[in-house]
Design a protein around this ligand. Structure first.
Ligand SMILES: Cc1cc2nc3c(=O)[nH]c(=O)nc-3n(C[C@H](O)[C@H](O)[C@H](O)COP(=O)(O)OP(=O)(O)OC[C@H]3O[C@@H](n4cnc5c(N)ncnc54)[C@H](O)[C@@H]3O)c2cc1C
Length: 404
């Protein structure tokens, strides 16, 4: 049998690509996956709730080698087009939380089941437990693993994060025989960070609302990125969505040999001033206990070199200043990150700039790439799934053009 199109990867981008393809034309298409089940990572998204897109995506929230190309991909099929396809064509009901979009059931399995039902209705074939380890081109056909033949092939193999879901970075090997593609080395992103400061390890499991500023150096002269939200202390450093959002920048800085530093603004400075002038009979720790959790206050006062049991009235002006400086913001030095096992996405991959505009491989009529195998990753909040949908849609149009 010769397939019109074989899609390698039954993840978010591969399934969406198949759905877009079959929605516009009846084709003999198959989706191949190394695992025994489709959409393993999709089921984990949004903590199992699947934040499937964001209605006000800002291109500055993505890292990529080519922002113009990215802009073209996102504008040709953006969040509104994806929302329309999911609701009108697939029959998935959605809920909107400000800009964030979820299935109304708040279950990622509903998104997966809806996509699979649609693909079944459109006669899509599935081939599981089949890792593709070789793609070659002979006599106008692509040959996969020396026995599966197709006129067009879509590589939707994901990145290298959460490898137990099947995305293990194997696409770099698959592409090795195709010339002219540049692959930016893969590294983890949206990933918890390791810090040099060990005093916070004792706070493991505790959370604090804060705003973060990332600088490229310890002296905090060159601002890189900022974020806001809940930071989670761990026994190796920090995590939480606001940390994940700046992690890509931090990892790049570490890789460039810099020592990136984070300024975590923990509370309103005015409140610290007020409590220190109003509750002078209290110990310093008690005066601050209504502003920040006591364990965190202890760490910050240790850093300031002030005994937490001293009374506020006993502090001189210099010591009070030290307390205020230390408590209002916490300084952290990033030394690295957790591994791919804990990274929500992969940064790096096939450079957008090394592909044709329709995401086909130059000089290889009919070979396309979509999803996280491409060098594009975004912040939390539906950015990554939207890139999966958008790039998959663009590829589906390229496949149709190629076959006609
Ligand atoms: C815990 C977690 C939570 C997340 N939450 C969100 C969220 O809420 N919103 C959001 O926008 N993004 C989220 N993401 C990111 C999002 O899930 C990914 O960006 C998206 O799944 C990428 O889709 P993909 O199709 O490119 O890759 P994947 O979904 O990883 O699919 C790749 C598929 O290819 C298969 N494959 C790989 N190599 C081969 C091979 N050689 N042969 C055959 N098959 C192969 C794999 O088995 C896999 O099924 C989250 C990620 C994680 C890990």
């Amino acid at each position: 049998m010769i397939y019109d199109c074989v899609i390698i990867g039954a993840g978010a981008s591969g399934l969406y690509c198949a759905a877009r393809l079959l929605s516009s034309k009846a084709l003999n298409a198959a989706v191949i996956d190394s695992g025994s089940r489709p959409g393993r990572k999709l089921l984990m998204t949004g903590g199992g709730r699947c934040n499937l897109t964001n209605r006000s995506i800002d291109i500055s929230g993505y890292y990529t080698d080519d922002k113009d190309r990215l802009s073209h991909i996102l504008s040709s099929h953006g969040s509104e087009e994806s929302i329309r396809f999911f609701t009108d064509e697939i029959g998935l009901s959605l809920s909107f939380e400000n800009d964030l979009v979820y299935p109304s059931t708040y279950r990622a399995s509903t998104v997966l089941d809806s996509l699979l039902l649609y693909l079944k209705e459109h006669d899509c074939r599935f081939i599981f437990d089949t890792p593709v380890s070789d793609v070659s081109y002979e006599d106008g056909l692509y040959i996969l693993n020396s026995d599966i033949k197709a006129k067009t092939v879509v590589l939707a193999t994901g990145g290298a994060s959460y490898p137990e879901t099947g995305s293990n970075g194997s696409f770099t090997e698959l592409l090795r025989s195709f010339q002219g593609i540049n692959i930016t080395p893969l590294s983890p992103s949206l990933v918890p960070l390791r810090t040099a400061e060990k005093d916070i390890f004792a706070l493991s499991g505790k959370r604090v609302k804060c705003s973060l500023e990332l600088y490229s150096d310890k002296k905090m002269q060159e601002f890189v990125a900022k974020s806001k939200g809940e930071m989670l202390f761990t026994d190796y450093g920090i995590s939480g969505i606001c940390v994940l959002d700046i992690s890509g920048y931090a990892i790049r800085a570490v890789r460039a040999g810099q020592k990136p530093a984070i300024k975590a603004v923990l509370c309103d400075e005015d409140k610290v001033h007020y409590n220190l002038s109003r509750f002078t009979d209290r110990t310093v720790a008690d005066a601050l206990s209504g502003i920040l959790m006591s364990e965190l206050v202890s760490v910050l006062l240790d850093r300031a070199g002030i005994d937490k049991n001293r009374t506020v009235s006993g502090l001189n002006d210099r010591e009070k200043e030290k307390v205020i400086e230390s408590v209002k913001e916490m300084k952290l030095t990033v030394t690295g990150s957790r591994s791919f096992d804990q990274a929500q996405v992969t940064t790096g991959g096939v450079d957008l700039s090394s592909l044709n505009e329709d995401l086909s491989v130059p000089g290889n009529n009919g070979l396309f790439i979509c999803g996280e195998s491409l060098n594009c990753d975004g912040i939390c909040g539906g950015y990554n799934l939207q890139f999966a949908w958008s790039s998959a849609d663009l590829v589906s149009k390229g496949v149709i053009r190629c076959l006609s």
